[in-house]
Design a protein around this ligand. Sequence first.
Ligand code: KIV
Ligand code: ZN
Length: 519
Amino acid sequence: MSIETIKIFDTTLRDGEQSPGASMNTEEKIQIAMQLEKLGVDIIEAGFAAASPGDFDAISKIAQRVTKSTVCSLARATDADVKAAGEAIAQAKMKRIHTFIATSSLHMEYKLKMTPDEVIKRAVRAVQYAREFVDDVEFSCEDAGRSDIGFMKEISDAVIEAGATTINLPDTVGFRLPFEIGQMVKIMSEYTKDRAIISVHNHNDLGLGVANSLEAVMNGARQVECTINGLGERAGNAALEEIVMALKTRKDVFTNFKTNINTKEIYPSSRLIATITGIEPQPNKAIVGKNAFAHESGIHQDGMLKNRETYEIISPADIGLDMEDTLVLGKHSGRAAFKDKLAKLGFTLEDVALNNSFERFKILADKKKNIYDDDLRALVTNEMTNAPKIYELISLQLMDFSNGTPSAVVKIKKENEEIIDAGIGEGTIDAIFKTIDRISGYEGKLLDYKVNSVSKGKDALANVTVKVAFNDTEPAIIGHGLHIDTMLASARAYIGALNSYLSMAGMLKKRYCDSNETV
Ligand code: KIV
Ligand code: ZN
């Protein structure tokens, strides 16, 4: 029997970015896209071009850089959206437009206020127009999980006739159970036969996203839409790493299937996305959680020592995780060793980025005794995804956190000018951020603040993530700061958010805000 390839459609940069607090700057999106290409995903949904000029810009830059994966943009079934998608991906080597409209009675009646016939007409027009830009068009029946199967057959006939080559059946609200998804996919794939590829896109509201995706594969789906770390709207999407590792580990069941994923890039991809979004997978998350390969009980440890297979169904090495957690480099390591180590971790840096990263490594090595792989990953990711340094922190002095009024003295460089100011606050962080506001003249509203330790030890690097709104009518911005001193990392994170905001000035406004139909 011939082996069939299950296409992996990654939507971390689109549905994943719709996770609360997961918005990214353009440089961060480019780095993620490059990593997804290395991971071997077949299709990268790089964003939703019509959403904002910032989304459009990021998609077109990704389209210029990625060559081995198809680059895709989402588009509602309107001419304006399809045109924006077509133009954003124009320079991609392989490109796809993904257009959608809701097909459940609930959505058609209440959200769209359209009849089923009108919905079919809109879908057909969108697909025909998309074909003017690309040969590869995907059509999604939004809320397929709650749509009438007869209507989905009808609209699929119409859009296939109009030129769609993939029909996606999203369980938009994560409502269905595996056997129900299996039935839906079986009926639809037997109906469309080789006229189109059937795809699934399962949300995780009942924690069934992955199970539903695997059941779909068993029943005829040949494309699965998913995200790294299961990011996504509300409870997220089916996690790429879980689907791929289930297909690989249970080869005895999924005998005739393969994916193009290089599983050794799973762990680096997971770390990159967690570092950039500041959203850490829960420790017990399958495959990529911190505890996924930790054996705590004595009985388990004893079994593992005798034969790893007693308690381990996947080797950490298969997902690119080095369990030795080796001490990688020290302060006497030279540039060549540094470059070599980065190459082993999968980073190929151009000269300027390499020099800057090496400088930062040297400073860190002076302060931190042991530098681990995860420290290097975080340091380099931080360097590569920095927005232009419009403001740069020079120094920070803090006073009296115990009984008096917390105060901060902050020195910042803007272009060639150094500006110093002092301020007070309700707490230390408040004092730091308010002083930065006074210097920059931008008043940020802090919506979220998180600290994660990058590796281990009392001198561990702190990775601070802040979410700041600088303007009530624009989306909040994420900033990151990395330092062994948490207060310095916090100041850097806040300034990072400000730099991202200023570098995307005028590009953040959501275009679909005034439309009655949002994604
Ligand atoms: O969940 C969903 O229905 C979607 C579509 C836009 C594919 O994300
Ligand atoms: Zn979705």
